[in-house]
Design a protein around this ligand. Sequence first.
Ligand SMILES: Cc1cc2nc3c(=O)[nH]c(=O)nc-3n(C[C@H](O)[C@H](O)[C@H](O)COP(=O)(O)O)c2cc1C
Length: 215
Amino acid sequence: MAEPGVFEVIYSTRAMRRLKPDPIPEETLKKIVDAGTRAPSGGNTQEWAFILVRDPDLKRFLRDYYWNTWQQLRAKRMIPAGNLPPAQQRMLNAAADLAAHLDEVPVILLACAHQEYTPLAAMNNPRANTIVIHGSIFPAVQNILLACRALGIGATLTTIHCFFEEALKQKLGIPDTMEVAAMIPMGYPQGKFGPVTRRPVEEVIHWDRWGQQKG
Ligand SMILES: Cc1cc2nc3c(=O)[nH]c(=O)nc-3n(C[C@H](O)[C@H](O)[C@H](O)COP(=O)(O)O)c2cc1C
């Protein structure tokens, strides 16, 4: 089957949270990560690593921490609990389902980045460090999401792991020098890919100066 064109992929790469347990072939996983590594990074340093978690015990470990964190956030009302517009409620229900069933997805990808941007280390500029570190991993993460979509695999960028990152790093033997920037559950989708809806482009473009929204 022909792969969809780039704009079709971009306009239909939604967060896909309800996934089938069917395994994803290793060659497909390599192709997805390889697409990730075609992304830019500051100074082309490529100080990244991508862990593909398939081991059932490790997936259960991730699920238990993720689900506990989800419930804690909910108890503290950091995740809203009802009275939401229908679209937001649907998203929240799907996110809760993903949290509860995380161990049932075939693969959980962890996108790891060096905690310090080595060329800037001597400058002691935390702001530049943060921008360049995250700016050097999220293009790869987006390439991975797009590659998944192009290959018919559902995926969601998640970040709840940052509440248990130390335990996660210890369990998986991730070096102290690295951080886990994103956790991406992946699997063949139960539903269909659909169009992404976003704010109208006219609302977010500023021509030449802030606030000048007519070209
Ligand atoms: C930085 C970031 C963090 C996110 N964290 C989570 C998360 O922890 N759990 C989750 O289910 N979705 C998470 N998402 C997914 C967003 O909720 C999703 O991309 C957004 O609602 C748009 O969804 P759509 O593409 O299906 O329209 C995250 C997305 C981003 C960019």
